[in-house]
Design a protein. Structure first.
Length: 215
C-alpha cells in the first residue's frame, strides 16, 4: 500500500513538472514580444560508413520582433546573415559574396523560426506543431514540437526554457531534421523585450557587387 502511494505521488510530481513546461512555453510566447541574444550552434551529422560524426561549431547573434521579423548573424567561423524582414528571407554568404532571397512565408513554413519568433501564443503554434511536455533536464524545462506536416525538412525540435525572475527565458533549441542531422543551439546573454530593438534593424540591403539569386 505504501509503495503504491509513493509511486502515485512520484507520478503526480512528474506529470506536474511536465505540464509546467507547456505553461512555461505559453508564458514565453505571451510575454516575449522581442528578444536579442548571442548563440553557439553545434551541428552534428549522422555517422556514415563507420566513420564517426564530426560536430561543427559556429556562433553569432540572434534577434526577433514578433510576429514577422528576425535575424541570425553568424560571425564564426564564417560570416553569414539570415534576415527575415516580414516579406522576404535573405541569406548572405560573405565568402561567396552571394545573396539568396526567397518569399518569407514560403521559405519558412514549419521551421524553428516559426516556433520562437512568429507565434504569439500556444494556440497559434499548435496549428503548425504537435506540442508535448518533456521531463526537466539540465536545469531546463523542455517541450517537444513536431511539425504536423510530415513531408517537410524538419523532424522535431526540443525547446529548452528557463524560468527566472517572473519571466521565462529561451535557453536552448535542439533541432533534428529529416535526415537525422542534429543542430543544438544555446542562447547566452538573452535580453527580453529590449527597448532599443526596432523593426528598422531587420531590413537588408545586398552589399554592392554581390550576386543576388532568386530561386
Amino acid at each position: 500500500m505504501i509503495k503504491r502511494m509513493l509511486w502515485a505521488v512520484l507520478a503526480g510530481l512528474c506529470w506536474s513538472a511536465q505540464a509546467d513546461s507547456l505553461d512555461s512555453l505559453s508564458q514565453f510566447l505571451k510575454q516575449t514580444r522581442s528578444l536579442r541574444a548571442d548563440f553557439v550552434q553545434v551541428v552534428t551529422t549522422p555517422a556514415k560508413e563507420g566513420r564517426p560524426a564530426k560536430p561543427k561549431s559556429s556562433s553569432g547573434s540572434f534577434a526577433f520582433v514578433r510576429p514577422t521579423v528576425f535575424r541570425f548573424d553568424y560571425s564564426k567561423p564564417y560570416v553569414q546573415n539570415i534576415v527575415a524582414d516580414g516579406h522576404s528571407l535573405w541569406l548572405f554568404d560573405a565568402d561567396l559574396n552571394q545573396v539568396t532571397v526567397r518569399n518569407q512565408a514560403q521559405a519558412l513554413g514549419s521551421s524553428p523560426a516559426t516556433l520562437i519568433a512568429s507565434a504569439n501564443d500556444i494556440a497559434t503554434l499548435g496549428k503548425e506543431f504537435d506540442l508535448k511536455a518533456a521531463p526537466a533536464e539540465d536545469g531546463l524545462e523542455w517541450v517537444i514540437a513536431t511539425p504536423k506536416q510530415k513531408d517537410g525538412s524538419l523532424q522535431k525540435v526540443r525547446i529548452g526554457l528557463r524560468p527566472e525572475a517572473g519571466q521565462v527565458v529561451l535557453s536552448q533549441l535542439d533541432i533534428v531534421d529529416a535526415f537525422g542531422t542534429r543542430s543544438q543551439m544555446r542562447f547566452e546573454r538573452v535580453e527580453v523585450n529590449p527597448s532599443n530593438l526596432g523593426i528598422a534593424q531587420f531590413s537588408f540591403v545586398p552589399p554592392k557587387g554581390a550576386d543576388v539569386v532568386r530561386p
